[in-house]
Design a protein around this ligand. Structure first.
Ligand SMILES: [Zn+2]
Length: 196
């Protein structure tokens, strides 16, 4: 009986825990599920690789002192946000909303899944309207800001994003095209204001 009980609960033996076959299977399945979640829904991380948010959306406070930045509001979108929006609009029209990873500025530490050769965003920080520069912020962050501003929706997963335009996004994309068609610069674009 005692032995049976030990087999049921498992006892530590060194670093190993004795488990029954079905318990081992349950633990293995749980471990796989956690891995899948981490792969498909990667957490936002700082330049030190620490998660800044958990899967419930709660903000974390790692010891390095980094914190999840608030999304950049649409009024502050500059050349990088609007060119990223212009880019993703063409991907939505021609490629079902799937971005090409090598087309986007990427900080490897922030978005390790999207890192690619030749695109180190560290050398090209995000420029905001009025000339303010945002370090530790890449085109994937711009896309998150565009989602937060209500212009885009991600109907894929965190690891395999698939974007579509919201009605507001469609309206602004039209204006942005017209602005560019007239020879306007990305950072000079002023989105139409909307009554909330
Ligand atoms: Zn950090």
């Amino acid at each position: 009986m005692h032995r049976l009980l030990l087999r049921r609960v498992g006892v530590p033996r060194g670093r190993e825990v004795i488990m029954t076959k079905s318990e081992r299977k349950a633990v293995e399945e749980l471990r796989k599920a956690v891995q899948e979640v981490n792969r498909d829904y990667p957490l936002p991380r700082c330049a030190h690789g620490k998660a800044l948010q958990d899967h419930s959306g709660a903000k974390l406070e790692p010891t390095c002192g980094c914190r999840l930045p608030a999304p950049v509001p649409i009024e502050e979108f500059g050349a990088d946000h609007w060119s990223t929006f212009g880019y993703i609009e063409t991907r939505i029209v021609d490629h079902d909303g799937v971005p090409a990873f090598h087309h986007l500025r990427c900080l490897a530490a922030r978005h390790p899944l999207f890192q690619h050769r030749g695109g180190d965003a560290g050398r090209y920080p995000t420029k905001l309207k009025g000339g303010r520069t945002l370090y530790d912020h890449d085109d994937w962050d711009c896309l998150d800001d565009l989602v937060a501003a209500g212009l885009l929706e991600n109907k894929g997963t965190g690891a395999n994003p698939v974007y579509c335009l919201t009605p507001r996004g469609e309206e602004i994309a039209g204006k942005l095209r017209a602005h560019k068609g007239r020879g306007g610069k990305w950072d000079e674009f002023v989105p139409p204001t909307v009554a909330k």
